[in-house]
Structures are given as structure tokens and as C-alpha cells.
Write a protein that binds this ligand. Structure first.
Ligand SMILES: Cc1cc2nc3c(=O)[nH]c(=O)nc-3n(C[C@H](O)[C@H](O)[C@H](O)COP(=O)(O)OP(=O)(O)OC[C@H]3O[C@@H](n4cnc5c(N)ncnc54)[C@H](O)[C@@H]3O)c2cc1C
Length: 367
């Protein structure tokens, strides 16, 4: 039985642990966080702060075709993963999402649509008022609306909890910060170490201060000549608002064309509505600014005026782990696998990246 040591119990760490345990591996996971539950202090997993939108078409606004390809694959994989989690299963829905624009933003919307036209798997469908009313009767008709078919959403908190709770036999070690991930060995910040057949480093932004992300090229990496020795991770700040809005009535994520932010409203179970998100080139982990909160909430209110009476449950922020080209990297050498740089697409791409990583691990074991 292979002994696998995983550094990081975020999205990738939990998904890998869950999959590896089911495949019969002996798995130990080490994380700096105090425990498996979210703290909302911008320190533990970025995964808890995410909207959970699985939007390969909408993300073509600014993301590469490879992100969309991992995304379409991952939606199908999430369907299977959620079905295998014990009841009550995390909320997961494949109803598509909406793109809406106010009259004054039509030109911006057309620029977005032109970029989405590069996606070959799906295309935005214009909606007139009647079609929109059939899909989202609670949404006052905006000037312009499109359905982005095939897109999905998942509840990050419930999924993170379920993956942790149902990864049978996995040894979870909290408050155990990893200083370095080395081939076959984890070195902890207290100076101790542990040996494994294989180490997997999925510490997100926490991997930045360890060994540079290097290794053999995989199909996820840039052509060999372009590969840099050390891939500089940076954090990109994202701020969000969690609302309790009984009777909001939305059944799918709604994205608003907005001059400054990529604003979206994401319905969650129990009358919750999640507003996101700023994208700020800063590693500031301090609380949400007044400007961001006002801009997100006024944009959301312009789409759904009933939000005037919604209650603000939480203002949250975290840093997205990003590499310069905003693409993920899987780097491997004997006894060490690193995956990082999931940026704003972690939930969108994780199952496909994990599936590819497991295929690599199986190849090494067979060799
Ligand atoms: C505001 C916001 C909204 C987002 N919305 C979406 C969305 O709608 N859809 C989408 O696809 N993605 C979204 N994302 C992106 C997604 O959350 C990330 O891409 C994803 O969480 C990255 O997963 P990861 O496992 O690499 O890192 P993380 O989830 O950040 O996990 C890293 C783990 O490593 C641990 N760690 C750090 N340092 C150490 C150390 N030294 N030793 C041990 N453990 C350590 C951390 O405690 C953490 O548990 C969003 C992100 C943000 C911030």
C-alpha cells in the first residue's frame, strides 16, 4: 500500500486525500490551519471563501481555452463525486448561469460576448423578457440577458466538509505547518520530518516560501523552453459579501456586466446569496474595504432591488494563488508532485487536475 504525504488540506488536498483513500493508499495530510472548519480570517484554504461557480464559458472572458477544457471535464467529474458523497450531499446544480447587462453597459457586454465566442463547447443564448421570466421569474428583467448553458455551481463549504468527513482512513494533522516538501519527505516548521513513498505539495499560496515549483514538464506546463526555474506565486485579493435574503428566488448564478468588477450573485441553500468578487492586485489580508462592499452591494441591488432588506451575514476576503500566466501547474519528479496556481478557477478545474495527478502517481507506482 503506497504511503502518500499531502501538504495542504485545502481544495486540492481534500480532493486528493478522498480519491487516494478510496484507491487504497495510506494517506496523511498536514495543514497549518487549526482544524478542518473555516475560520474566515483569510489564512486557511482559499476554497472556503470561493463562490463555487463552475463557469467554463463565462470565464473565457479572460481565461485560456485550457481552463475551459479542464472546467467542462470537471463539471462531469463533480457530478460523480457529489453522487458518491454520503447524504446529505453538498448542493450541486447544473442549470447554466445568466449574464445580464444594464442598458448603459451594452457595449461592454458585446465585448464580453465577442470573447466568449472563442469557446467551442457552448455559446451564450440571448433571452427576451418572456424567456428570462420562464427561467428566473424572481428576476426583474434587466435590459439585456443571456443564458450560459451547461454551467454549474457547487457549495464550497459543504463540499469541503464532506470530503474531509468521508475520506476514510486518512490521518489529518492540523497545526502542522510544512516548511519544505521534498521528494519522499516532508519537513515541518518545528524541524521534524516524515518520510513517504510520495509527497504531494498542494499548499496554495503557502508553498511560495518553500522549494521553488520546478520539476519535469507535464502536459499542464508551458513548452520546455518557456519553463522558468522558479514559478512566482502571488496572491490576488478577492472580497465577497454573504447575504441572508429570504425569498430572493434566484435559482442560478447571475453575472452582471460591470465597469470595474466581475460582479456575480450566487444563490445557495437556506436563502443565502453570495456576492462576489473583487479582483485586486494586492496581498492585503485585512478586512473588506468600504468601497468594495458598497460597489458589490449596489451592483447586486441594481439587479435585484429586493436585496434592500437582505441581511449582511459576512464580509469575507482571501487571496487567490496565481502564477503569472494565470494557468495551473502540475510539476513532478520522483517522489514529489506539486500542483498550484489555480487562481480564480480552483473549483472549476480541481477534479480534472486531480484525475491527471492520480494518473501520474499510478504511472510511477507501476514503473
Ligand atoms: C473570493 C474568491 C472567490 C472564488 N470563487 C471561485 C469560484 O467561484 N470558482 C472557482 O473555480 N474558484 C474560485 N476561487 C478560487 C479557489 O478558491 C482557489 O483556486 C482554490 O481554493 C485553490 O485551491 P488550493 O487547494 O490550491 O488552495 P487552498 O484552497 O488555498 O488550500 C491551501 C491549503 O494549504 C494550507 N497551507 C498553507 N501553507 C501551509 C503550510 N506551510 N503547511 C501546511 N499547510 C499549508 C492552507 O491552510 C490550505 O488549507 C475563488 C477564490 C476566492 C478568494
Amino acid at each position: 500500500m503506497a504511503r502518500i504525504g499531502i501538504a495542504g488540506a485545502g481544495l486540492l488536498g481534500r480532493l486528493l486525500a478522498w480519491r487516494l483513500a478510496r484507491a487504497g493508499a495510506q494517506v496523511a495530510v498536514f495543514d497549518a490551519a487549526p482544524g478542518p472548519a473555516p475560520q474566515f480570517d483569510a489564512r486557511g484554504p482559499a476554497a472556503f471563501s470561493a463562490a463555487g461557480m463552475l463557469c467554463p464559458l463565462a470565464e473565457r472572458d479572460h481565461a485560456d481555452a485550457r481552463v475551459a477544457a479542464w472546467g467542462w471535464r470537471s463539471i462531469a467529474l463533480w457530478r460523480g463525486i457529489v453522487a458518491e458523497l454520503p447524504a446529505p450531499r453538498p448542493f450541486f446544480a447544473e442549470r447554466g448561469s445568466l449574464l445580464v447587462a444594464h442598458r448603459s453597459d451594452l457595449a461592454s457586454a458585446q465585448r464580453v460576448l465577442a470573447r466568449l465566442a472563442d469557446e467551442t463547447r457552448a455559446a451564450p443564448e440571448p433571452l427576451d423578457a418572456a424567456a428570462l421570466a420562464r427561467l428566473e421569474p424572481a428576476l426583474p428583467p434587466p435590459a439585456h440577458a443571456w443564458l450560459l448553458p451547461g454551467e454549474a455551481q457547487i457549495d464550497p463549504l459543504a463540499t469541503m466538509a464532506a470530503l474531509h468527513a468521508s475520506a476514510e482512513g486518512v490521518a489529518w494533522h492540523w497545526q502542522r505547518p510544512v516548511a519544505r516538501a521534498l521528494p519522499g519527505r516532508l519537513q515541518f516548521e518545528d524541524g521534524s520530518g516524515a518520510a513517504f513513498d510520495c509527497v504531494v505539495d498542494v499548499r496554495g499560496l503557502g508553498a511560495r516560501h518553500g522549494t521553488p515549483l520546478r520539476g519535469e514538464q507535464t502536459e499542464c506546463m508551458p513548452p520546455r523552453g518557456e519553463q522558468t526555474e522558479c514559478m512566482p506565486l502571488r496572491g490576488v485579493r478577492g472580497e465577497t459579501v454573504w447575504l441572508h435574503a429570504p425569498g430572493h428566488g434566484l435559482t442560478r448564478p447571475v453575472r452582471l456586466v460591470h465597469p470595474r468588477h466581475r460582479v456575480y450573485l450566487v444563490p445557495r441553500p437556506d436563502d443565502l446569496l453570495f456576492l462576489g468578487a473583487t479582483e485586486i492586485e494586492s496581498e492585503d489580508r485585512s478586512p473588506v474595504s468600504l468601497k468594495s462592499a458598497v460597489e458589490l452591494m449596489s451592483a447586486a441591488h441594481s439587479v435585484l432591488p429586493m436585496l434592500a432588506e437582505a441581511r449582511i451575514l459576512r464580509l469575507d476576503r482571501h487571496l487567490r494563488p496565481a502564477l503569472p500566466d494565470h494557468l495551473p501547474r502540475t510539476a513532478h519528479e520522483d517522489g514529489l508532485l506539486r500542483i498550484n496556481g489555480l487562481f480564480r478557477h480552483g473549483w472549476l478545474m480541481a477534479p480534472a487536475l486531480v484525475e491527471d495527478a492520480l494518473a501520474l502517481l499510478a504511472q510511477w507506482q507501476a514503473a
